[in-house]
Design a protein around this ligand. Structure first.
Ligand code: ZN
Length: 334
């Protein structure tokens, strides 16, 4: 099918190679979205209501869209046709992060981008990852930036986020009625049976695990010029190198100030909390050995495949106790 049929016109500009930033919650997708938004000529939306409505419909009830690729793609394009419109009030309903990234005051109405010079469109809404495949159907020339972060750090951040944790409230959980359930990371009958007994860290780890498996699927189905995988850790340890990579992929010079700031903060936090054994990552600062063992039990294979193998001494002891032979060899130093 010709991709010309999919062209979307927004503010009399045709949408060309829209860029979407996806990742498990707290993987750094929002950070990259903010950096892209600060790049001239790039209109990046975050949390527009039309997009969030669509994202959650896809994420929570994937069975509704199954086998209806064309209809789903049309719904998706409509959502972005609304979200990307630049009007005097267009950022009003975005998230506070979107307004802040545009340099707007909290009570300012926008617009969050200058129409003059506007060339590219993108979106970095929370939980956009659940629509990654539908985005490609909707925009065959889409560019996807996928951010990957150590699952233990992701879980540590998820546990500390009341919004993320509120999805686990019984009134929201739909693991009985929706199966498989990407949103909760439930893929097999075995996952579904285990779910009621899982601890909160294990439930978060399941969500992370699903994002890693999706990453592998996208790698198989998309050419390298359409998919870029960034590691959060690379972004934090070598921001300039990671951003130059991202700029090449996105075809714009990505503003670096905010990411450099975040990298400095992260380095400072790691040094002050983890002095005894070098810089500590988020999970070493806040998770117990038992929590880490629970995460490893659910997502150990994915962690190892991505090279996230360093365990704290306490975690290693707990892992030995709980998991026996599943303990990986000592990895790189933390
Ligand atoms: Zn906005």
């Amino acid at each position: 099918m010709s991709s010309a049929r999919h062209i979307l016109i927004v503010n009399s500009r045709s949408v060309h190679q829209p860029l979407f930033v996806v990742g498990a919650p707290h993987s750094g997708a929002d950070l990259i979205g903010r950096a892209l938004k600060a790049s001239p000529g790039f209109h990046v939306t975050m949390g527009q209501p039309s997009v969030l409505r669509t994202v959650y419909a896809f994420a929570r009830r994937p069975s509704m869209h199954e086998g209806r690729t064309q209809a789903a793609a049309a719904v998706m394009r409509d959502a972005f046709a609304q979200a990307w419109q630049v009007t005097p009030h267009s950022c009003l309903e975005c998230t506070p992060q979107c307004r802040a990234a545009a340099g707007l005051a909290a009570d300012a109405v926008g617009p969050c981008v200058e129409l003059r010079g506007l060339e590219r469109f993108g979106d970095a809404s929370p939980d956009l990852i659940y629509c990654a495949e539908a985005l490609i159907d909707a925009f065959p020339d889409a560019r996807i930036v996928q951010v990957v972060r150590d699952g233990r750090d992701v879980v540590a951040s998820m546990l500390a986020d009341p919004v993320v944790m509120s999805w686990f409230r019984p009134s929201f959980v739909n693991v009985d009625t929706e199966f498989p359930n990407p949103f909760f990371g439930i893929e097999t009958e075995e996952d579904r049976e285990a779910w009621p007994q899982l601890s909160p860290p294990a439930r978060c780890a399941l969500r992370w695990r699903w994002s890693v498996r999706l990453a592998a699927r996208l790698h198989h189905s998309l050419p390298a010029d359409q998919l870029k995988t960034l590691r959060y850790e690379h972004l934090m340890s070598k921001p300039d190198e990671a951003l130059s990579d991202l700029s090449k992929f996105a075809g714009v010079t990505v503003a670096a100030a905010e990411i450099r700031n975040e990298a400095r903060t992260e380095a400072r936090l790691g040094r002050t909390r983890g002095r005894s054994r070098g810089a500590a990552s988020a999970h070493q600062r806040s998770l117990s050995g038992q929590d880490i063992a629970r995460i490893e039990k659910v997502a150990g294979e994915e962690l190892r495949r991505l090279g996230y193998t360093s365990l704290t001494p306490a975690a290693r002891r707990a892992a030995w106790t709980n998991l026996g032979s599943h303990v990986p060899p000592a990895g790189r130093p933390a």
